[in-house]
Design a protein. Structure first.
Length: 411
């Protein structure tokens, strides 16, 4: 397959991208607009990007909002209670059907790489068993990483450590954690040491729900960062949410950022989720409850954005569209300056790919997998401003998805 008349990010003119044997073969700058030969895909000047990435979602909980009851307070904690009740009734088939439904939504929005958390604080590990099958069954649409996520704690939950070990034995790819939810500060710290040991021993990546609270005393990120630095695991570790950082004072952050740079770990922010779940214990002025996205980015740290939820006990909306989350993140993170807008797709493509450690399995370069998406825009700025959709999605050199452009007629 050959894609002609494609615009590439930050490059002038039009390009031809040729694919062969499921990989990108060559990228050539065109002198002028090219005429399509049979079999060519004419990009018509649209922006060709590597696939969008969803670095943080909970596919085991998607499409369960209101089951068995709605989260009335809108807090993380009531969400965990509602989920605990729903978790008691999950089945293998119900989990698979909901996850597949959500994956179609993600794929239809041009996402081909997904990292899902799966709650392993369940002695049956039923959701994990289901998601491991989904990982294989959904291969045509997406690559899926599975995080063993201890929703109710590692050291505060009965057999929490053994469940984490079993989850990795079963095939989970990434080790998770939730130190701010452990019963005590000490358990938060010991849970991080345990999960870092487990990941190092088993050769896994790490993605910890870290300090997802407005409590400025929740300071587990420094523990995770120091464990990461000491073990030299920066390229393999992600801190998700870190919303407490929005409540840390600047003197502490100034010291913390030095450690973060030394550690070199990645960050995922879920701005729509956090603006909804956080700030719930404030009156006015009310905190935004979001991590320091722009500041991390400007400090040279790797930050990306995720959706977290689609219709679950924590967040009732969501539709698979990561550009909606990018729009929100740019607003909430005060990132609508010209420079930020020109490169905003970094936050949902390259940066996310780096957090997922996709390496040479991602990106537009000869030899890399022919996974590509054409967005209905000329550049990053227009893509987010017009909230465009993916027009074509190409996976392993074959057309995976095509969308008809919307047409509006005034009478
Ligand atoms: N679980 C959690 O601890 N935090 C979240 N944001 C979600 C699930 C969605
Ligand atoms: Fe999450």
């Amino acid at each position: 397959m050959k894609i002609i008349n494609a615009r590439l990010r930050h490059l002038p003119g039009l390009h031809t991208v040729a694919c062969a044997a499921e990989r990108i073969h060559s990228i050539t700058a065109q002198a002028a607009q090219a005429l399509a030969q049979p079999g060519d895909l004419d990009a018509q000047g649209l922006l060709l990007i590597p696939p969008l990435v969803e670095p943080h979602i909970h596919l085991d909980a998607v499409h369960t909002a209101g089951q068995p009851r709605w989260n009335q307070s809108g807090t993380l904690f009531e969400g965990i209670e509602c989920w605990s009740e729903r978790k008691a009734t999950i089945t293998h088939e119900d989990t698979k059907a909901r996850a597949h439904r959500a994956i179609r939504l993600l794929a239809e929005h041009g996402i081909q790489h997904v990292r899902t958390h799966v709650d392993v604080t369940d002695p049956s590990l039923a959701a994990l068993g289901a998601l491991l099958e989904v990982q294989d069954e959904a291969r045509e649409l997406i690559d899926l990483q599975i995080v063993a996520f201890p929703q109710e704690g590692i050291d505060s939950f009965t057999n929490g450590r053994a469940l984490m070990e079993r989850a990795i034995d079963m095939g989970a790819n990434v080790v998770g954690g939730i130190p701010h939810y452990e019963h005590t500060r000490e358990q938060g710290v010991s849970s991080i040491r345990f999960l870092m040991d487990l990941a190092e021993r088993r050769g896994c990546l790490v993605d910890v729900h870290c300090d997802e609270t407005d409590d400025p005393h929740s300071r587990f990120l420094e523990v995770l960062a120091e464990e990461t630095r000491a073990r030299g695991m920066g390229a393999r570790v992600t801190a998700s949410h870190t919303t407490a950082m929005g409540s840390y004072d600047n003197a502490y952050c100034s010291k913390l950022f030095r450690l973060l740079r030394l550690a070199g770990l990645s960050f995922v922010s879920c701005p729509t989720e956090s603006i909804h779940l956080q700030g719930r214990f404030d009156t006015f002025p009310k905190r935004r409850g979001i991590t320091r996205i722009a500041e991390l980015d400007r400090a040279g740290l790797n930050v990306c954005l995720g959706q977290d939820s689609i219709q679950d006990p924590w967040y009732p909306l969501g539709n698979g569209n990561i550009l909606r989350v990018l729009d929100a993140g740019l607003h909430i993170g005060h990132m609508m300056g010209y420079e930020d807008l020109q490169r905003c797709l970094d936050l949902v493509t390259d940066n996310s790919a780096r957090a997922l450690a996709l390496g040479e399995g991602y990106g537009i370069a000869p030899g890399r997998p022919a996974n590509l998406v054409l967005l209905d825009a000329e550049n990053d700025y227009e893509a987010v401003r017009r909230q465009v959709k993916a027009r074509w999605s190409i996976r392993q050199g074959r057309l995976l998805m095509q969308r008809e452009p919307e047409r509006v007629t005034f009478m």
